[in-house]
Design a protein around this ligand. Structure first.
Ligand code: FES
Ligand code: FES
Length: 168
């Protein structure tokens, strides 16, 4: 039986009717049309579904929507726009950190969490942070370069990383 669930996503409250067993990723995509969060596996391994919950990168296929009620959720749609890219989005663009782009939203959300906690990560720390995010295209080198570029931008201008619609 469905129940009413109110989720705080990208700074706005959204109320949906969801079954208690519904995963957050499915509610984001199917009920709220936030399709930037992807589903790449059914084993909680790929990281394509990564969002921020209370600022921490979480695989949204591992969370029930009802568990996320009352917590601040940020999706890829909340961190930038075509006209005002987040430094990580800009970094992936400049360093060719994507090919098909399927993994990219999850990679970026994981990197947002990393750079908030560690503004100047080493290459090893970046690789460790994204070890739960799989990419089938790029070979990772350009992804690491993209995150390093974004880190440098954010160190020079921390305000550039303000999450566009999350208000944080
Ligand atoms: S969809 Fe693959 S980890 Fe969530
Ligand atoms: S860019 Fe294609 S899976 Fe990463």
């Amino acid at each position: 039986m469905k129940r009413s669930v109110t989720l705080d996503i990208n700074g706005s409250a959204h109320t949906v009717q969801a079954e208690p067993r519904a995963l957050l990723v499915h509610v984001l995509r199917d009920d709220l049309n936030l399709t930037g969060t992807h589903v790449g596996c059914d084993t909680s391994q790929c990281g394509a579904c990564t969002v921020l919950i209370e600022g921490q990168a979480v695989k949204s296929c591992t969370v029930l929507a009802v568990q996320a009620e009352g917590q601040q959720i940020t999706t890829i749609e909340g961190i930038g726009s075509a006209d005002a890219l987040h430094p990580l989005q800009q970094g992936f663009w400049e360093k060719h950190g994507l090919q098909c782009g399927f993994c990219t939203p999850g990679m970026i959300m994981t990197a947002v969490d990393l750079l908030a906690a560690n503004p100047d990560p080493s290459e090893a720390e970046i690789r460790h942070a994204i070890e739960g995010n799989y990419c089938r295209c790029t070979g990772y080198q350009n992804i690491v370069a993209a995150i390093q570029t974004a880190a440098a931008t954010l160190r020079a201008n921390p305000g550039a990383g303000r999450l566009a619609r999350a208000g944080v």
